[in-house]
Design a protein around this ligand. Structure first.
Ligand code: NOJ
Ligand code: CA
Length: 716
């Protein structure tokens, strides 16, 4: 890793003149962005942001409401509404600026895996030290201004009168400068598995987000709110994303929407508080990325840059993974996770017994798993995921069951010894599956033994899952408690040299820089929904801007047979599925479809076998959220380029300049939609063409409705 070049322009604490209103500005390193700070007559500290002197965030409030003193001792029954038992301390105004510091950084760092092999981190920093006059509490705000956006976080310094405290609210506002076009999913403390809506900010309706897991979301009734990353485009054509970075020991932020004013809305705990902190402590970074083009936004690494460097000394055990799995056959309706079936009552004498019969549709049995291992070995895959291998699937879902799985006991038809020995003989490893059914207490109860078992059998990666309501009951998937759990699972896994791919966990905020064994997350609507009724084609043109902003997604692409046994149709073309391996960046990629579907189309399957997972360089060539994304990436090590492009429901043509190729001649293999392909009516029609190209050429491509294009470039 390159040596960090940190130049502090001034380390001196400058005392502010008493009673004077504080104000000032900070420019980004190349002057594109400017941050303005000012105090209003209430003593609130307001921040504003401009790009090219054009307003992005109008002067906006910072601060918190803290839980104050408990008013009086109460009887037990009165505790039900705990909020009424406490005073609240407003920490949004009556601030005195007691000091400030400026600094800067311009350094390069090398991620363990990523879209680039080196990332530049260049920002100007401004820290403002505040004292809250009424209480004497100290609060710092740290701003880092990059050329592609702003990050700021709060720090509560160690102080005598504020050590352990609870947040009633974070009050950070983002007053947007206009009624921008927004791509949003509704506020929900338990799920991000939604498709995006595109409306003006003022068109975002109040939602009732109790749909997904049946949580009675009282705090959400009538709330107009969205999740982050929230993507916007303003009338002048600037692209803006609001998100957060380095979400640790804090609740996940959503945004309340009031016209064009967005206000932080933290996920509450089971009692309704928004977090419990101990000073000294810092919050996650609040991020406002803003760029002149959509491709620049996709190229922004601001969220990663705001995360801490890698926490592990030895990362030799962390690597990209291309995998297949006993998965799509269950998801698409051909098989089951549970081993027993058809509970029936048998009466013997006077006694009724419950008899379970063997489920003939159980997929994770030894012979079937071996078939996948053979397939993986034949085609050079690293690993095979097996879901439904362990006991507990009979009543896992919807029963709020605490002791649901033990993560170590296989079903009788899954011979864990034999299957692992067979896999290793063939040079393949298995991907462990830990569905927790959201019984977090239970997962932590068994975690050490579960990871030990993985070490014993040579599993390198675990896919975990959090379906259903959280136990401890009343907690939400995105609360501070759960944020801590997900990271605990990752750091405990690291002790065992295990890589983690967590589904239904909180959406990523760049923590994979610090903990690179977090090689995947779901945290959005993924391919599984193609088997549950389908996904609108434009979805994959929005995710790179929103969900992928914080880290890679286990999107599980590669479906070749579009009509599922479930009756659902995959709303994509075959070439579109291939393109996703490049457009949906991830060091963990699944070839999700069934072996027989791939072996029936070896020419198209070749792309999935060839495509790289780790990159030296990435160039976003064309992009417009909701419409299309085209990106070219240079593989780490081989110097080979791969290009992927996806479109929404519209057919689109592009002429792709190949100047990224650099010197020499390349053999381009183009995997394109057939001229009459269409995601709905002719989804599996593709054609493959080879061409010799060089950097001075342009390649014309046409993407069918809901389709895509995938191109590999091999140096000659
Ligand atoms: C939902 C996950 O997203 C999916 O991949 C998994 O198969 C099921 N839960 C069962 O764990
Ligand atoms: Ca899921």
């Amino acid at each position: 890793m390159l040596k960090k070049l940190l130049i502090f322009l001034s380390l001196l604490t400058v005392p502010a003149v008493a009673q004077q209103r504080f104000s000032g500005t900070l420019s980004s390193p190349d002057g594109t962005l400017s941050l303005q700070l000012e105090q209003d007559d209430r003593g609130a500290l307001l921040y504003g942001l401009t790009i090219d002197s054009h307003p992005v965030v109008l002067p906006s409030q910072l601060g918190f409401v803290l839980r104050g003193k408990r008013t009086e001792p109460q009887y037990r029954f009165e505790r039900q509404n705990k909020a009424n038992l406490y005073d609240l301390t407003d920490l949004t105004d009556h601030f005195e600026v007691i000091g400030q510091q400026r600094g800067a950084d311009d350094s390069w760092w090398e991620p363990v895996w990523g879209e680039e092999s080196r990332i530049r981190c260049r920002y100007n920093e401004w820290t403002v030290h505040l004292r809250h006059r009424p209480t004497g509490y100290l609060l710092d705000v740290i701003f880092r201004l990059f050329d592609d956006g702003l990050g700021f976080r709060y720090a509560f310094p160690a102080q005598k009168d504020l050590t352990f405290f609870a947040l009633a609210d974070e009050c950070t506002q983002f007053r947007m400068a206009g009624d921008h076009t927004a791509w949003w999913i509704p506020v929900d403390f338990d799920s991000q598995e939604y498709e995006y809506h595109q409306t003006p900010l003022s068109g975002i309706p109040a939602v009732f987000a109790d749909r997904v897991h049946g949580h009675v979301d009282r705090p959400l009734q009538d709330v107009v709110g969205v999740q982050t990353a929230l993507l916007m485009k303003d009338a002048a054509g600037y692209y803006i994303t609001l998100h957060e970075a380095a979400l640790k020991d804090y609740a996940c932020m959503h945004l309340k929407v009031d016209g064009t004013t967005l206000t932080a809305f933290l996920t509450p705990d089971a009692e309704g508080w928004k977090g419990h902190l101990q000073a000294p402590s810092v919050t996650p970074w609040r991020t406002v990325q803003v760029t002149r083009s959509a491709t620049d936004l996709l190229q922004s690494r601001l969220v990663l840059n705001l995360n801490d460097p890698c926490a592990y000394e030895d990362v030799s055990w962390i690597h990209p993974v291309k995998y297949v799995g006993v998965w799509w056959e269950m998801i698409s309706g051909r098989g089951d996770w549970h081993y027993t079936n058809d509970f029936s009552t048998v009466t013997v004498g006077q006694t009724d017994y419950t008899r379970a019969t063997r489920n003939p549709r159980h997929s994770a049995h030894t012979e079937n798993v071996k078939k996948y291992i053979d397939f993986a070995a034949r085609h050079g895959f690293d690993a095979v995921l097996v879901e439904g291998w362990n006991q507990g699937w009979e009543d896992w879902d919807g029963n709020s069951k605490d002791f649901v799985y033990d993560f170590v006991t296989p079903y009788p038809d899954f011979d864990i010894d034999a299957v692992n020995a067979y896999a290793h003989e063939k040079g393949v490893s298995l991907v462990m599956h830990h569905e927790t059914a959201s019984s977090v207490r239970n997962y932590e109860r068994h975690m050490e033994a579960a990871y030990d078992l993985m070490n014993r059998y040579g599993y390198e990666t675990v896919k975990s899952g959090y379906c259903g309501d959280i136990i401890p009951r009343g907690d939400y998937h995105y609360s501070q408690f759960m944020v801590n759990h997900y990271l605990y699972a990752v750091t405990e896994a690291a002790r065992h040299h295990i890589m983690v791919n967590a589904h239904e966990a909180v959406r990523p905020t760049g923590l994979c820089r610090t903990y690179p064994n977090l090689i995947g997350n779901e945290s959005a609507k993924g391919t599984e929904y193609q088997a549950f009724g389908g996904i609108a084609p434009g979805h994959v043109t929005i995710l790179p801007f929103t969900r992928l902003n914080g880290g890679p997604m286990d999107y599980t692409p590669g479906i070749f047979k579009m009509d599922c046994a479930s009756g659902s149709h995959v709303n994509s073309t075959l070439a579109g599925q291939l393109a996703l391996y490049v457009t949906m960046y991830s060091p963990l990629q699944m070839a999700a479809d069934l072996p027989e579907h791939y072996e029936a189309r070896p020419d198209a399957f070749q792309w999935i076998k060839d495509v790289a997972l780790d990159w030296e360089e990435s160039r976003y060539l064309f992009a417009e959220p909701g419409d299309y994304v085209i990106v070219a990436r240079k593989a780490k090590g081989s110097g080979q380029w791969f290009l992927g492009g996806v479109t929404d429901g519209e057919r689109r043509s592009f002429s792709i300049p190949l100047d990224f190729l650099g010197k020499g001649r390349f053999e381009a293999t183009v995997y394109a939609d057939a001229p009459d392909a269409h995601y709905r009516y002719n989804a599996e029609a593709y054609r493959i063409e080879k061409k010799i190209v060089r950097a001075s050429d342009s390649l014309p491509v046409t993407l069918a409705e809901g389709g895509g294009v995938a191109i590999s470039f091999k140096k000659l």
